[in-house]
Write a protein that binds this ligand. Structure first.
Ligand code: PHE
Length: 344
């Protein structure tokens, strides 16, 4: 009988269970009422008295061992996942982070700019990206064949008999100025933000699509001083209260006089660094007094009204704000880039 017990112990030791059916078979074979264990306990009754002690010990060992195996098998089965590989859940793994999304850096700049100008009483206007030559160039005082047309490498959609009817992708947001002045009587105080297109090779510094912010203020007695004050206030709100501005003479067909606006470098405070190329200043916008011809073309009497306008690149300002050195990052939508603006 001892030999038989040993045999069964060996059997139970090497037994494996891979499914619920296996487990049930294991139970039926060893533990159930008609199983091997019960059988052995029946036979135990017939064992000679002097051997009862030794056999009883072994039999009890077998019983405990078999029941423990059964328990282990049941637990293993319960913990196993349903996938075919039979792998187990690792409950100690850290939870996968839940990424809730982030606002695009260009949108952050756009929101901030709109907020600053809204507090100065500027409304927000929109205009079309597919535009006619008239609104993009001619009405803005770009004479036919004027070299400034060439400077804004234009994507044409359709060439027409008359140049002013050509259809194109707008090269700047200034088209909205004209549309706005056609539609509304002064006072006009508006900000226009949108996408513009130029046929340029894509690099870290240039792209064929980017965004501009345009401002327009037309009323009686609007002066160059108003332009300066407005942009000075904007610069302080946008880049910090110690920011200074500097105006340099420039040229745009639609403004006269025209000026480029520089702000004191807010990275180094004007001492000179990589961002400002050691000049202490960074250029942020073009601006000027709206040319009387543009007012006229848009149906506003230049004898009665004057106005100022300015335009700047959203990408450029965003790159300065966040220290971004490659324009292409804005359009690639690499989540490793975008996630850095979470909570910004
Ligand atoms: N539209 C000009 C550009 O794209 C910027 C500008 C706007 C300059 C308004 C003056 C006034 O370069």
């Amino acid at each position: 009988m001892l030999d038989r017990i040993k045999e069964v112990i060996d059997e139970v030791t090497v037994a494996t269970v891979g499914s619920k059916d296996d487990l049930e078979n294991f139970r039926l074979r060893y533990i159930s009422r008609k199983g091997i264990l019960n059988d052995l306990f029946e036979q135990f009754k017939t064992v000679a008295n002097d051997q009862k002690r030794a056999v009883g010990q072994e039999l009890n060992k077998l019983k405990t061992f078999t029941e423990q195996r059964f328990k282990d098998f049941s637990e293993e089965l319960e913990n196993a996942t349903d996938d075919s590989a039979g792998s187990k859940l690792d409950l100690t793994l850290p939870v996968a982070p839940n990424f809730a999304g982030s606002v695009h850096p260009l949108t952050l700049t756009r929101q901030r700019v709109l907020e600053v100008f809204a507090r100065m009483g500027f409304s927000h206007e929109d205009g079309p990206e597919v535009e006619t030559d008239w609104y993009n160039f001619t009405a803005l005082n770009f004479a036919e064949n004027h070299p400034a047309r060439e400077m804004q490498d234009t994507f044409f959609v359709e060439k027409k008999a008359a140049q002013k009817d050509d259809v194109l992708l707008r090269t700047h947001t200034s088209n909205v100025q004209v549309r706005l002045m056609e539609r509304k009587k002064p006072p006009i105080r508006s900000i226009m933000i949108g996408r513009v297109y130029r046929n340029e090779a894509i690099s870290a510094r240039a792209h064929c699509q980017f965004h501009q912010i345009e401002g327009l203020y037309v009323d009686k007695n609007v002066s160059f001083k108003d332009l300066k004050d407005t942009l000075y206030h904007f610069a302080k709100e946008m880049f910090g209260k110690d920011t200074k501005i500097r105006l340099r003479p420039s040229y745009f067909p639609f403004t006269e006089p025209s000026a480029e606006i520089d702000v004191s470098c807010f990275i180094c405070g004007g001492k000179g660094c990589n961002i400002c190329k050691h000049s202490g200043w960074v250029e942020i916008a073009g601006s000027g007094m709206v040319d009387p011809n543009v007012l006229q073309n848009s149906g506003i009497d230049p004898e009665e009204y004057t106005g100022f306008a300015f335009g700047m690149g959203v990408e450029r300002i965003t790159m300065l704000r966040y220290g971004i050195n490659d324009l292409r990052l804005f359009f690639e939508n690499d989540v490793r880039f975008l996630r850095q603006f979470e909570g910004a």
